[in-house]
Design a protein around this ligand. Sequence first.
Ligand code: NAI
Length: 250
Amino acid sequence: MNLLKDKVALITGASRGIGRSHALLFADEGADIIFTDLVENDNSASLVEELKSKGVRAHFLASNAADYEQTAEVAKWVAENYGRLDVLVNNAGITKDNLILRMKPEDWDAVLAVNLRSVFNFTKAFAQMMMKQRSGSIINISSIVGINGNAGQGNYSASKAGIIGFTKSIAKELGSRGIRCNAVAPGFIETPMTQQLPEEVRKDWMSKIPLRRGGTDLDVAKTSLYLASDLSAYVTGQVLSVDGGLVLGN
Ligand code: NAI
């Protein structure tokens, strides 16, 4: 398939993890890829090479997604070098977990800035370009905890719930200009972090997941691919859970 042929996609925080899977899968489908992360390192360099080997254009830009001015610079660079953006994936995210009595105000601010203000920054920076094109797909990576909440993740859950409200508002605001905006809500994804959980904690999670397995980065990227492509041409303002049914509860 060539679902993203001639499309240009930008993914934030994509040197590793879920964002990296997005970049590779979208490139397999023919998209040129621009991706950002905080710093240039071996991961970002190897991803550029891997993407180019697939026969697409690929660029890495070092940029802090929480920073409004730096994000505006990214948009300026994309306008000058590509002249368009078809798909924006707001993926950059961090956690600074703690119970409320121990959570420091700076932990709240940092998580809200990276996870939520970044989505505002990038959406605002590229809205005009997409409006002129009269097309575009914005995909915001939320989380199951933005829907259900999670003890010890007040800041993270609030940021991910904020993404959902923002996504629906932008879908309403920009829909008439041909721009779609949806959110993806991953559940328990197998990452180095979750793989280190004690066996009994993992078992407890698995017992709550109807499909009885953790998700993969690729499971999430495939859902975003649907939202990025014309397969979802009539879908906007939605939150798609990628969680093996975890969000349904017991
Ligand atoms: P990760 O930590 O492996 O990757 C996140 C990337 O974002 C890193 O490369 C990091 O350097 C970058 N980043 C952090 N702050 C940044 C900033 N200010 N500006 C630019 N880049 C920045 O995380 P992972 O697991 O790949 O998560 C990706 C997204 O998926 C996040 O939004 C996360 O909240 C969300 N998510 C992850 C789940 C999981 O189980 N891993 C579950 C639900 C949602």
